[in-house]
Design a protein around this ligand. Sequence first.
Ligand SMILES: Nc1ncnc2c1ncn2[C@@H]1O[C@H](COP(=O)(O)OP(=O)(O)O)[C@@H](O)[C@H]1O
Ligand SMILES: [Mg+2]
Length: 331
Amino acid sequence: MFHVAILAGGPSSEHEVSLATSAEMLSILRSGGHEVRPVLIDRENRWSVGSLEDSFDLSGEPTSCEQALKQLKSHGEVACLGLHGPYGEDGTVQRLLESAGIPYTGSGPVASAVGMDKELSKLAAGKAGARTASHEVLEGARFPAWGIQKGVGYPCFVKPVDAGSSVGVARAEDEAALRAAIPLAQAEDTRGRCMVESLITGNEVTCTVLRHGEELLTFPLVSVQPADAFYDYHAKYNSKDTQYICPAEVRRETQAEIELVSRTLYGLLQLDGVVRMDFIVREEDGQPVFLELNTLPGFTSHSLVPMAAHAAGWSSLQVLESILTNRQALP
Ligand SMILES: Nc1ncnc2c1ncn2[C@@H]1O[C@H](COP(=O)(O)OP(=O)(O)O)[C@@H](O)[C@H]1O
Ligand SMILES: [Mg+2]
């Protein structure tokens, strides 16, 4: 039996999604007979440490992060991270847990920081053999109109460099639309940056990688087909019309390439736990283009990782137990 504290919420724009992921993890782990304590981090970074009977609707007075970490350390449990986005997924919480001597699930601080940063992730993905789309990173009001026109082109995508769940992401058809979307994307980035990226038209697929003992497993690819323009927040969490196809219908060579790049990148960045690597299989030539990776991917009942795992014959509980068993960070 594992003794686990699930960390949920946090100050990122993905607070709500994190609560959904964490509630699901809590119910799955308890159903498997594990002892689970909910820990809620609010949007102001105040922590509430629940009891082993609580769920995440904790009513007590929250405490400081430092106090909560002391409490967690005294319980001797493993921190299971149900967090998404900056703070929980970018190495910040990982560093705090390491300095408090608390073991945790998922990747270490450096790998998490690279994974959260879309520019660094693309650099690493290139090193792992992936194709990536051209991009420019913009800070402040600087607008290199010529560079964007020539290097990126229109239509293009604009997004925060370090957010998730499609918050602040927009497709821009022309310069006027791009100029309007840039500040909205920058507002969602912790350092006020945005990435302007060439449009890739094609089939969006995700590859789930899990360290399981000595092995790096990949689960069947999931393809995502939103009803409208792209896989935005609504298509991810609210729409009934988004279609998920698993296993994705892609050519065998394409699948092999996606899996190889995903495993290579996992090893290169020294990732841990379950990680999702996202690609678009380009319509024009069938080649996969790396988009981004998620070091703490969603784990709700309709998330892509459980879907891929189930297609491989794994239950969600088996995935969580594998993450806890094969965890690399801290003894
Ligand atoms: N260059 C691109 N070409 C086509 N679609 C894109 C591109 N960049 C992002 N998208 C669309 O926007 C969605 C969100 O972008 P993504 O880079 O995955 O950010 P997030 O971390 O918010 O999920 C993607 O799932 C995809 O549907
Ligand atoms: Mg994404």
